[in-house]
Design a binder for this molecule. Structure first.
Ligand SMILES: [Mg+2]
Length: 236
Protein backbone atom coordinates (compact mmCIF):
# COMPACT_ATOMS: atom_id res chain seq x y z
CA UNK A 1 0.00 0.00 0.00
CA UNK A 2 1.61 3.24 -1.07
CA UNK A 3 1.42 6.25 1.11
CA UNK A 4 -0.22 9.45 -0.12
CA UNK A 5 2.26 12.25 -0.65
CA UNK A 6 2.74 15.61 -2.28
CA UNK A 7 -0.17 17.31 -0.53
CA UNK A 8 0.00 20.75 1.03
CA UNK A 9 -2.46 23.28 2.33
CA UNK A 10 -2.63 27.02 2.81
CA UNK A 11 -4.93 28.97 5.11
CA UNK A 12 -6.10 32.06 3.27
CA UNK A 13 -6.78 35.43 4.93
CA UNK A 14 -10.55 34.78 4.69
CA UNK A 15 -10.16 31.55 6.70
CA UNK A 16 -10.70 29.18 3.79
CA UNK A 17 -8.20 26.38 3.28
CA UNK A 18 -6.74 25.67 -0.16
CA UNK A 19 -5.41 22.14 -0.65
CA UNK A 20 -2.92 21.31 -3.36
CA UNK A 21 -1.07 18.29 -4.60
CA UNK A 22 2.31 18.88 -6.23
CA UNK A 23 1.38 22.52 -6.59
CA UNK A 24 -1.96 21.87 -8.32
CA UNK A 25 -5.22 22.75 -6.50
CA UNK A 26 -7.36 19.80 -5.36
CA UNK A 27 -10.10 21.49 -3.31
CA UNK A 28 -10.96 24.54 -1.23
CA UNK A 29 -12.64 24.18 2.16
CA UNK A 30 -14.67 26.94 3.86
CA UNK A 31 -16.27 27.64 7.22
CA UNK A 32 -17.08 24.51 9.25
CA UNK A 33 -15.35 22.24 6.76
CA UNK A 34 -12.17 24.31 6.96
CA UNK A 35 -12.27 24.19 10.77
CA UNK A 36 -12.90 20.44 10.79
CA UNK A 37 -10.01 19.89 8.39
CA UNK A 38 -7.60 22.01 10.46
CA UNK A 39 -8.50 20.12 13.63
CA UNK A 40 -8.01 16.80 11.89
CA UNK A 41 -4.76 17.67 10.18
CA UNK A 42 -3.27 18.78 13.50
CA UNK A 43 -4.08 15.39 15.01
CA UNK A 44 -3.56 12.83 12.29
CA UNK A 45 -1.12 11.97 9.53
CA UNK A 46 -1.24 15.19 7.47
CA UNK A 47 -0.72 13.50 4.08
CA UNK A 48 -3.54 11.01 4.71
CA UNK A 49 -5.87 13.69 6.03
CA UNK A 50 -5.19 15.95 3.05
CA UNK A 51 -5.61 13.05 0.61
CA UNK A 52 -9.00 12.16 2.10
CA UNK A 53 -10.31 15.75 2.07
CA UNK A 54 -9.01 16.14 -1.47
CA UNK A 55 -11.00 13.09 -2.50
CA UNK A 56 -7.96 11.65 -4.26
CA UNK A 57 -5.46 8.95 -3.44
CA UNK A 58 -7.94 6.05 -3.43
CA UNK A 59 -8.07 3.40 -0.76
CA UNK A 60 -4.61 4.23 0.53
CA UNK A 61 -5.95 7.59 1.70
CA UNK A 62 -8.55 5.95 3.91
CA UNK A 63 -6.85 5.38 7.20
CA UNK A 64 -7.82 1.99 8.55
CA UNK A 65 -10.58 1.50 6.00
CA UNK A 66 -9.69 -2.16 5.68
CA UNK A 67 -9.93 -2.66 9.44
CA UNK A 68 -6.32 -3.81 9.59
CA UNK A 69 -3.71 -2.15 11.70
CA UNK A 70 -1.64 0.08 9.45
CA UNK A 71 1.83 1.08 10.60
CA UNK A 72 1.26 4.52 9.05
CA UNK A 73 -1.55 5.09 11.57
CA UNK A 74 0.82 4.83 14.51
CA UNK A 75 1.49 8.08 16.35
CA UNK A 76 4.34 10.03 14.76
CA UNK A 77 7.85 9.53 16.06
CA UNK A 78 8.22 12.00 18.95
CA UNK A 79 11.91 12.63 18.22
CA UNK A 80 12.91 15.63 16.12
CA UNK A 81 14.12 15.01 12.59
CA UNK A 82 17.74 15.60 11.61
CA UNK A 83 18.04 15.78 7.83
CA UNK A 84 21.21 15.22 5.84
CA UNK A 85 22.17 15.81 2.24
CA UNK A 86 24.44 13.19 0.60
CA UNK A 87 26.70 14.59 -2.14
CA UNK A 88 29.29 16.92 -0.63
CA UNK A 89 27.85 16.47 2.89
CA UNK A 90 28.23 12.74 3.64
CA UNK A 91 29.71 11.51 0.35
CA UNK A 92 32.96 12.73 -1.18
CA UNK A 93 32.17 13.37 -4.86
CA UNK A 94 35.56 14.77 -5.86
CA UNK A 95 36.73 11.59 -7.62
CA UNK A 96 33.80 11.78 -10.08
CA UNK A 97 33.58 15.50 -10.77
CA UNK A 98 35.82 15.03 -13.83
CA UNK A 99 32.79 13.53 -15.59
CA UNK A 100 31.23 17.00 -15.44
CA UNK A 101 34.24 19.13 -16.24
CA UNK A 102 35.13 17.60 -19.58
CA UNK A 103 33.66 19.29 -22.63
CA UNK A 104 30.89 16.76 -22.98
CA UNK A 105 29.35 16.14 -19.55
CA UNK A 106 28.68 12.50 -18.78
CA UNK A 107 25.93 12.48 -16.17
CA UNK A 108 25.43 8.70 -16.29
CA UNK A 109 29.09 8.10 -15.51
CA UNK A 110 28.99 10.76 -12.80
CA UNK A 111 26.08 9.03 -11.05
CA UNK A 112 27.29 5.46 -11.67
CA UNK A 113 30.52 6.31 -9.87
CA UNK A 114 28.64 7.38 -6.73
CA UNK A 115 28.92 3.91 -5.23
CA UNK A 116 32.69 4.49 -5.00
CA UNK A 117 32.36 7.72 -2.98
CA UNK A 118 34.31 7.78 0.23
CA UNK A 119 32.36 8.97 3.27
CA UNK A 120 33.18 12.45 4.60
CA UNK A 121 34.28 11.96 8.20
CA UNK A 122 32.87 15.25 9.53
CA UNK A 123 29.44 14.58 8.07
CA UNK A 124 29.38 10.97 9.24
CA UNK A 125 30.32 12.00 12.78
CA UNK A 126 27.54 14.58 12.80
CA UNK A 127 24.83 12.20 11.55
CA UNK A 128 25.87 9.57 14.12
CA UNK A 129 25.76 12.15 16.90
CA UNK A 130 22.24 13.17 15.90
CA UNK A 131 21.13 9.53 15.62
CA UNK A 132 21.48 9.24 19.41
CA UNK A 133 18.59 11.65 19.95
CA UNK A 134 16.91 12.33 16.60
CA UNK A 135 15.21 10.47 13.79
CA UNK A 136 17.49 10.61 10.76
CA UNK A 137 16.38 11.32 7.19
CA UNK A 138 18.31 11.86 3.98
CA UNK A 139 17.23 14.37 1.32
CA UNK A 140 19.24 14.27 -1.89
CA UNK A 141 19.03 15.76 -5.35
CA UNK A 142 20.20 12.43 -6.77
CA UNK A 143 17.58 10.92 -9.05
CA UNK A 144 15.27 8.16 -7.88
CA UNK A 145 16.90 5.50 -10.11
CA UNK A 146 19.97 5.62 -7.85
CA UNK A 147 17.97 4.51 -4.81
CA UNK A 148 19.31 0.95 -4.57
CA UNK A 149 22.94 2.07 -5.06
CA UNK A 150 22.45 4.84 -2.52
CA UNK A 151 20.85 2.59 0.11
CA UNK A 152 23.69 0.11 -0.32
CA UNK A 153 26.23 2.90 0.09
CA UNK A 154 24.58 4.17 3.29
CA UNK A 155 24.50 0.66 4.78
CA UNK A 156 28.07 -0.19 3.71
CA UNK A 157 29.42 2.86 5.50
CA UNK A 158 27.42 2.25 8.66
CA UNK A 159 25.24 5.33 8.40
CA UNK A 160 22.14 5.30 10.61
CA UNK A 161 18.91 4.05 9.02
CA UNK A 162 16.48 6.73 7.90
CA UNK A 163 14.05 7.66 5.17
CA UNK A 164 15.70 8.55 1.88
CA UNK A 165 14.01 11.23 -0.25
CA UNK A 166 15.26 11.57 -3.81
CA UNK A 167 14.56 13.75 -6.80
CA UNK A 168 11.68 12.38 -8.88
CA UNK A 169 12.43 11.08 -12.36
CA UNK A 170 12.50 13.92 -14.87
CA UNK A 171 12.59 16.66 -12.24
CA UNK A 172 15.18 19.10 -13.58
CA UNK A 173 14.31 22.02 -11.33
CA UNK A 174 17.19 23.61 -9.43
CA UNK A 175 18.09 21.89 -6.16
CA UNK A 176 17.17 25.06 -4.26
CA UNK A 177 13.57 24.56 -5.45
CA UNK A 178 13.27 20.75 -5.53
CA UNK A 179 14.90 20.02 -2.17
CA UNK A 180 12.86 22.37 0.06
CA UNK A 181 9.73 20.78 -1.42
CA UNK A 182 10.97 17.29 -0.49
CA UNK A 183 11.82 18.58 2.97
CA UNK A 184 8.40 20.17 3.51
CA UNK A 185 6.65 16.90 2.67
CA UNK A 186 8.97 14.99 4.98
CA UNK A 187 8.65 17.28 7.98
CA UNK A 188 4.91 18.04 8.10
CA UNK A 189 3.92 18.30 11.75
CA UNK A 190 7.40 17.36 12.95
CA UNK A 191 10.08 19.25 14.86
CA UNK A 192 13.35 19.55 12.95
CA UNK A 193 16.62 19.77 14.88
CA UNK A 194 18.88 20.48 11.92
CA UNK A 195 19.15 20.30 8.14
CA UNK A 196 22.69 19.82 6.83
CA UNK A 197 23.64 20.57 3.21
CA UNK A 198 26.78 21.76 1.41
CA UNK A 199 25.00 23.84 -1.23
CA UNK A 200 24.78 27.42 -0.05
CA UNK A 201 21.84 28.27 -2.28
CA UNK A 202 19.93 25.26 -0.96
CA UNK A 203 20.83 26.27 2.59
CA UNK A 204 19.50 29.77 1.95
CA UNK A 205 16.23 28.32 0.62
CA UNK A 206 15.93 26.02 3.65
CA UNK A 207 16.53 28.98 5.98
CA UNK A 208 13.96 31.08 4.15
CA UNK A 209 11.48 28.21 4.66
CA UNK A 210 12.17 28.40 8.42
CA UNK A 211 14.40 25.36 8.92
CA UNK A 212 17.44 25.32 11.23
CA UNK A 213 20.38 24.90 8.87
CA UNK A 214 24.00 23.86 9.18
CA UNK A 215 26.21 24.40 6.15
CA UNK A 216 28.46 21.41 5.45
CA UNK A 217 31.68 23.29 4.75
CA UNK A 218 34.07 20.34 4.99
CA UNK A 219 33.97 18.78 1.54
CA UNK A 220 36.47 20.96 -0.41
CA UNK A 221 34.70 20.07 -3.65
CA UNK A 222 35.34 22.81 -6.21
CA UNK A 223 32.22 24.84 -5.70
CA UNK A 224 31.65 26.13 -9.25
CA UNK A 225 31.37 22.59 -10.66
CA UNK A 226 28.94 21.36 -8.03
CA UNK A 227 26.91 24.56 -8.07
CA UNK A 228 26.49 24.22 -11.80
CA UNK A 229 25.39 20.61 -11.37
CA UNK A 230 23.00 21.34 -8.53
CA UNK A 231 21.50 24.63 -9.59
CA UNK A 232 21.81 25.41 -13.25
CA UNK A 233 21.44 21.91 -14.62
CA UNK A 234 19.19 20.51 -11.91
CA UNK A 235 20.90 17.16 -11.82
CA UNK A 236 22.20 16.53 -8.33
MG1 LIG B 1 25.15 18.33 -1.70
Amino acid sequence: MSRPDGFAFDVRPDGSVALTRRGLPTTTLRDARAAAFLAEVAEGDPQRVMARWSGVGGADAEAGADGEEDPEDQPPDPRPLAVFDLDGTLADVRHRLHHLTSRRKNWDAFFRAAEHDKPLAEGVALVRKHAATDEIAYVTGRPEHLRADTERWLARHGLPPGRLLMRRAGDRRPARVAKPELLRDLTWGRAVSVVVDDDRQVCRAYRDAGFPVRVADWSDAPEPVLTEAQEREGRT
